[in-house]
Design a protein around this ligand. Structure first.
Ligand code: C2O
Length: 533
């Protein structure tokens, strides 16, 4: 295995899209940012130098960070921010991991423009567990606002309303094409009769997305850097923070085919019709030839998302077994919700509050991992509730005043214990699908269902054989998702909704995984250049 060195310099870059220009925070002046390439078991060193006026951290989303929690990146969870003019060396090993992941800024809403892909090839000489593709193509989906990121976040935080809908989605940084200005949109150039491995990344901050290519099916082979049983679909459903690898065979007539991206959003609070389009173009097709068209599912097509998620299964082969924990040490039941608290100083007299088990997470002023490692008291408590504080009909139309409380509460679990979490979506304000992301672990998604989780009957439906393994999972609208993982990684690990506005509103919590006794069970001391608050 090799050591891969990267230099990430955070710089502002003047960028024009949709006929308007603004200065955006980028890595090395690129949007999307540079792709990290490595092989399984390689060590990656990324020096991040902050040359902008804002604090920055970078998170390597889906990288396990086994005993390297100091390099995980969420601000105030595992590290204090890298201040303007400072730098930090992220140093981690991709132990047993291969596939597509992403990296992104993990402070405020900087990930809107600071994000990119991580491509991890299998070890030298190890083939993919599917026919070797002729070529690979990376597609990063994102969103674009003409307004500054700061203005977008301020609007959402001050009014307590959802953020303004983005002005476009982007495909590999391209908007359009039909903007009338400069953009031609993104073109995926292909040759006929070949198989392409498409590495699809959703780096959007507020949208789960549909992705579709006219006239072509896609064979899913991997999600979140875990191999899946191959299955064929015409539409990919991908939440923010998720990645999907799919095989595309160019077996259609030479021509141009529409690539369509549109949001999945089952909320009553915003209507998002923003889409992005690009073209798949066969070799020897004229640029202006009329494309074969297609359309993505309706914005609230829950049947499509549900079916897509049901089809996802771990490969679970001899070589790539699914090691689902069969016994559980911690049974947790987390309600996921967005509520409204009164707020006399706010624009509308109230504000939206994201919560888990009625606790709205308060960001600490120093990094939780440091507080844990050095036993600094007064930074957090470890009394996060294992169950919701106020039982009620979670998915009913609830209009009463369940108010949330604040706290920097963590849930403590012993090293190597096994955890089951039922993530229960609630209907307090609007039933909404939440992409929940866990740092430091992959989990198995053993079941999902509609309505309230039934403690007696639903466990009978658990798939403990070949459930999909991932790091981000959509908790269905007005329903629940059950996950299991083994806490084999010491540190402090963030769990949050990957819709940025919900995270900002407090829909987040963290686990502290106690240092055990053996050398592999404890966290080494922090690197000497770890930023201080
Ligand atoms: Cu991709 Cu905590 O985030």
């Amino acid at each position: 295995s090799a050591i891969r060195h990267y230099n990430f310099t955070v710089v502002m870059k003047n960028t024009t899209k949709l006929c308007s220009s603004k200065s955006i925070a980028t890595i090395n002046g690129k949007f999307p940012g540079p792709t990290l390439y490595a092989r399984e078991d390689d060590t990656v060193n990324v020096r991040v130098s902050n040359n902008i006026q804002y604090n920055v951290t970078i998170h390597w989303h889906g990288v396990r960070q086994l005993r390297t929690g100091w390099s995980d990146g969420p601000a105030y969870i595992t590290q204090c921010p890298i201040q303007p003019g400072q730098s930090f060396l992220y140093n981690f090993t991709l132990t047993g991991q291969r596939g597509t992941l992403l990296w992104h800024a993990h402070i405020s809403w900087l990930r809107t423009t600071i994000h990119g892909a991580i491509v991890i090839f299998p070890k030298k000489g190890v083939p993919y567990p599917f026919p070797k593709p002729d070529k690979e193509k990376l597609i990063i989906l994102s969103e674009w606002w003409k307004a500054d990121t700061e203005a977008v976040i301020n609007q959402a935080m001050q009014t307590g309303l959802p953020p303004n809908i983005s002005d476009s989605h982007t495909i590999n940084g391209h908007v359009g094409p039909a903007t009338g200005c400069t953009s031609q949109g993104y073109t995926l150039h292909v040759e006929p009769g070949k198989t392409y491995l498409i590495r699809l990344v959703n780096a959007a901050i507020n949208d789960e997305l549909f992705f579709k290519i006219a006239g072509h099916n896609l064979k899913i082979v991997e999600v979140d850097a875990s191999y899946t049983k191959p299955f064929t679909t015409d539409t990919i459903f991908i939440g923010p923070g998720q990645t999907t690898n799919a095989l595309l065979t160019t077996d259609q007539a030479t021509g141009k085919y529409l690539i369509a991206v549109s949001p999945f959003m089952d909320t009553i609070v915003a209507v998002d019709n923003v889409t992005a389009i690009a073209f798949l173009r066969y070799k020897d097709t004229l640029a202006f030839s009329p494309p074969v068209l297609t359309s993505t599912p309706a914005i609230n097509a829950t049947a499509v998302t549900s079916k897509f998620m049901d089809n996802l299964r771990s490969l679970n082969s001899k070589k790539y077994p699914a090691n689902v924990p069969l016994t559980v040490d911690h049974y947790l039941y987390f309600t996921i919700g967005v509520g409204i608290n009164s707020c006399p100083t706010c624009v509308n007299g109230s504000k939206s509050v994201g919560n888990i088990n009625n606790v709205s997470f308060v960001m600490p002023s120093t990094a939780l991992l440091q507080a844990h490692y050095y036993n600094i008291s007064g930074i957090f408590t470890d009394d996060f509730p294992a169950n919701p504080l106020v039982p009620f009909n979670y998915t009913g139309n609830f209009t009463g005043g369940i108010s949330t409380m604040n706290g920097t509460r963590l849930f403590r679990i012993a090293f190597n214990s096994t955890v089951q979490i039922v993530l229960q979506g609630t209907g307090i304000i609007a039933p909404e699908s939440h992409p929940i992301h866990l740092h430091g672990f992959n989990f198995f998604a053993i079941a999902k269902g509609v309505g309230n989780f039934d403690l007696v009957n639903d466990p009978k439906k658990f798939n403990l054989v070949d459930p999909v393994e991932r790091n981000t999972i959509s908790v269905p609208t007005g329903g629940w998702t059950a996950i299991r993982f083994r806490a084999d990684n010491p540190g402090v690990w963030f769990l949050h909704c990957h819709l940025e506005v919900h995270t900002s509103w407090g829909l987040k919590m963290a686990f502290v995984v106690d240092n055990g006794k053996g050398p592999n069970e404890s966290l080494p001391p922090p690197p000497s250049d770890l930023p201080q608050c």
